[in-house]
Design a protein around this ligand. Structure first.
Ligand code: NAP
Ligand code: ZN
Ligand code: ZN
Length: 348
């Protein structure tokens, strides 16, 4: 079916309107009228081909929330009128060891991402949430707790799960000192989750204007990372540091803040390699790791956790037509703290 969308035609042109085709819902599919879609920095990296893997035109968007408008004959989880959400994953092989361990994002046969992935139905590539509708298998469609504001819940589908998953895996909680690097879309949810999990939470930011917000969002302490003296005060003291930065920065400055056997987990994905001195890791024995979004079951667990703790994202709602300006503001770290597109604007 013909679907209105917004796409990047090439790495150097602004995003603009494009009509795409979505499949008619199959037996286990849910059709969702998209109400809100968050704007992730990955959308910008991808639209500008900064990771060198984009096929154009591309419709970005993987923080998708809307209303169910049709369901296939075998759908059991959803009915017409339900609120439903889709994140970064729309399919996987479902049989490999990763899929069987609820780690579809690491599917050994290749996870199918919401945009830029191989679309086994159309033969082309998948297109994301900057569009009026999406059709997704119910196995990859999430339920959103009814107490959460839908626009502010949308970014949980990427910014939420990408920070929740490593904080849980690396044991953020009571008695732990956890650092969050960067106060953007991911970082602000990292601060909220680390605080909600009971960890002593320290925010590292390059933006002096974000100190008060950092504390309001749940940080016990905020460190301006450009201040070497302030950084040195924390040497060797962290159990875990979660790095959400989208651009070049010095990993070694944060590794130096870890305790023996503690870990720095990188989720930010700057396009260029970041140099690491082995001495940052050797003395005392430290770990550097990465993490990618989260599996479907864990994404549902995160949404339910947010429902229970009344946690959503701090957002600024924009119209679809403002997306290019929003990208420029994101590059200047000028977003508080996630842009969310009101998809009704696509029609008018
Ligand atoms: P964002 O909203 O733009 O936030 C990034 C933050 O990084 C900024 O707000 C800024 O925080 C800090 N920053 C920016 N430039 C910097 C620089 N030159 N030096 C130091 N700090 C800088 O982006 P986002 O949507 O949170 O995404 C962050 C990164 O995570 C992106 O690279 C994205 O592709 C990646 N990502 C990864 C996954 C995954 O699964 N691993 C999932 C989603 C996104 P301050 O102003 O506080 O310094
Ligand atoms: Zn994302
Ligand atoms: Zn698999």
């Amino acid at each position: 079916m013909s679907t209105r969308a917004y796409a990047a035609p090439s790495a150097t042109e602004p995003l603009g309107p494009l009509t795409i085709t979505r499949r008619e819902p199959l037996a286990t599919d849910v059709e969702i009228e998209i109400l809100y879609c968050g704007v992730c920095h990955s959308d910008l990296h991808y639209a500008r081909n900064e990771w060198g893997m984009t096929t154009f035109p591309i419709v970005p968007g993987h923080e998708i929330l809307g209303r169910v408008t049709r369901v296939g004959a075998k759908v059991t989880k959803f009915k017409v009128g339900d609120t439903a959400a889709v994140g970064c994953l729309v399919d996987s092989c479902r049989t490999c060891s990763s899929c069987e361990s609820d780690l579809e994002q690491f599917c050994l046969n290749g996870p199918v991402f919401s945009y830029g992935g191989p679309d086994k139905h159309s033969g082309g590539q998948t297109h994301g949430g900057y569009s009026e509708k999406i059709v997704c298998d119910e196995a990859f469609t999430l339920k959103v707790p009814s107490n959460l504001d839908p626009a502010a819940a949308a970014p949980l589908l990427c910014a939420g799960i990408t920070t929740y998953s490593p904080l849980r895996k690396w044991g953020a909680g009571k008695g732990k000192k956890v650092g969050i690097v960067g106060l953007g879309g991911l970082g602000h949810m990292g601060v909220k989750f680390a605080h909600a999990l009971g960890a002593r939470t320290v925010l590292f930011t390059t933006s002096e204007g974000k100190v008060a917000d950092g504390k309001r969002l749940g940080a016990d302490e905020v460190v301006i990372s450009k201040n070497a003296h302030a950084m040195a005060q924390h040497a060797g003291s962290f159990d875990l540091i979660l790095d959400t930065v989208s651009a070049d920065h010095d990993f070694n400055a944060y590794l130096a803040l870890l305790k023996l056997d503690a870990s720095m987990v990188v989720v930010g994905a700057p396009p260029t390699p970041q140099p690491v001195s082995v001495f940052s890791l050797l003395m005392p024995r430290r770990n550097l790791a990465g993490s990618l979004i989260g599996g479907i079951a864990e994404t549902q667990e995160m949404l339910d956790f947010c429902g229970k703790h009344d946690l959503v994202c701090d957002i600024e709602i924009i119209r679809m037509q403002q997306i290019n300006e929003a990208y420029e503001r994101m590059l200047k770290s000028d977003v508080k703290y996630r842009f969310v597109i009101d998809m009704a604007s696509l029609k008018g």
